[in-house]
Design a binder for this molecule. Sequence first.
Ligand code: GAR
Length: 203
Amino acid sequence: MSSERKVTLGVLGSGRGTNFAAIRDAIAAGRLAASISVVISDREDAPILELAREGKIPTAVLRKGSFRTWLEPDIEEELAQCLRRFRVDLVVLAGFMRVLKGPLLAAYRGRILNIHPSLLPAFKGKEAWRQALEAGATEAGCTVHWVEPEVDSGPILGQARVPILSGDTPERLHARIQEAEHRLYPEVIQSVIDRKLWLGIHS
Ligand code: GAR
């Protein structure tokens, strides 16, 4: 890669896109030396797509498959092709609620990041903030990690802790975790770029 070309991010999300917005803002503020070349969702009505369009960032929507929590291999292959077409160097999962299994992991092995709303390895899976509350934990947080075939289990790159306060509801706790996510994710992506870790096994 020439030293002039910025590392290109492909952001995948299924929901509101607040982490995408934090990454976009960090780039605009000069805190993250990258560019976002495409935002991809599995839901055509996901607010993250609208946010991307407002920022004139190209978007794509995955073909509907038969399953809710994962993608058929041919759809995952189309996803990998789309990321290649947009010359994506580093794949950033930002609230992407599908388990990635095969073709994408093979195509972008060692170059896919995820943010999870817990202090992994605690509370893997869905609504981790609710799991933390129900378990009576006194602390919660978020984790950025590499994506590997086993869900929420890849090597950890960074974590941020937040307290659980008395009277917390799941919504209040998730909002506090999200504030931490918005600081942590851009910082970790920049550190991956600084350390050239995004070259992964493809260097
Ligand atoms: C974030 O809290 C993220 O950690 C979580 O989804 C939310 C997406 O919010 N991801 C997971 O639970 C993945 N297992 P956003 O759409 O506002 O960025």
